[in-house]
Design a protein around this ligand. Structure first.
Ligand SMILES: [Zn+2]
Length: 127
């Protein structure tokens, strides 16, 4: 299950990690499995950490991502998925780059102007 966390961090280019992964084994019948009943693990109570710290309760942001990187031990599943080993230095560098990109995206997005505009608050208080 920890390999899925590694995958999530790699797939999101070091911006989000799914952590504290717990699952229960069950059987499901799904079109994805050709309509055949298969055994699988269903995730529950998934936590996530993101550079933006925007994924909700329990998101410890960059610290949460770095904690995962420091505690994760790659397993055969990581190799099987073709995942490169995690490196704190690589994550730090990539995280900084992506975090800067995130800030630029927020600033460039006209829909986010209200979040930065304190004037709106002052006008509202005067009324
Ligand atoms: Zn791994």
């Amino acid at each position: 299950m920890d390999a899925f966390g590694h995958f999530s961090l790699t797939w999101t280019k070091n911006t989000i990690v799914l952590a504290d992964l717990q699952s229960t084994s069950t059987f499901v019948k799904t079109p994805l499995a050709g309509g055949i009943q298969r055994s699988c693990d269903v995730l529950f109570d998934v936590m996530s950490h993101s550079l933006a710290g925007s994924t909700g309760v329990g998101d410890h942001g960059r610290d949460g991502i770095m904690h995962f990187v420091q505690s994760h031990k790659c397993q055969t599943f990581c190799d099987g998925l073709g995942l490169e080993p995690l490196s704190e230095d690589d994550i730090e560098e990539t995280a900084l780059t992506n975090y800067e990109d995130y800030n630029e995206d927020v600033e460039d997005n006209p829909e986010n102007e209200d979040y930065n505009g304190e004037e709106d608050y002052e006008e509202a208080e005067e009324e």
